[in-house]
Ligand binder design. Sequence first.
Ligand code: GLN
Length: 190
Amino acid sequence: SVKIGVLALQGAVSEHVRALELSGANVVTVKDVRDLDGVDGLVLPGGESTMMRRLMDRYGLFEAIKLFADQKPVFGTCAGLILMAKQIEGRQGPHLGLLDIDVKRNAFGKQVDSFEADLEIKGISESYNGVFIRAPYIKSAEENVDVLATFEGHIVACREGRFLACAFHPELTDDPAMHSYFVHMVEESI
Ligand code: GLN
C-alpha cells in the first residue's frame, strides 16, 4: 500500500491518520525532514496557517515540502489549503504556492465561525457533510483548476493535477470519501 504522511506540527492530525488508514494507506506523521523519506503523498491539515508556516520554517520543513510537492501529491485541508494557494487575500506572497487559486481566510464571517453543510463533491460524493471551522473559501481559480465543490457560490474544494484541497475538515466526519479519493490519487501517481 502507499505511504502517506500527515504534517504533524499542529492541528487535527490523528483524525487524518485514522481516516487515511481506513482508506487503506500506510500512514506516518511528519515532524521533521527525515519523516518525508519514502512518503508517496502528503496531507497538510487544518489549524492556523500563519502558525503552521512558522513551525514549518522552524523545522526546515518549508523547503522540504516545496521539493516534495514538485513530484508528489499533496492534499490540503482548511489551513492546509491556505498554505497551498498562490494568492492569499491581504497577504504579500504565498506560502507553498502550489495551487492556482486566490483564497480568503476566515471567509464566512464571525457569526458563522463554524457550521456544517451538505455538499456535492464532483467525482467524489453526491452528499458530503462539510465541517467548516473558521474556514477560508476560494475567491477565484484559474482555468487549469478543477472546481470540485461550491457552497453558497463560493469554491470550497478543488483539484489541480496532483494537488487536492478543501476548505472544510474531512477528518472530522466519518465519511471516508475525500481521504479515499486522495489515496487513489497517490496510488495512481506511483
Ligand atoms: N482560519 C485558519 C487560518 O487562517 C484556518 C482554520 C482551520 O484550519 N480550521 O489558517
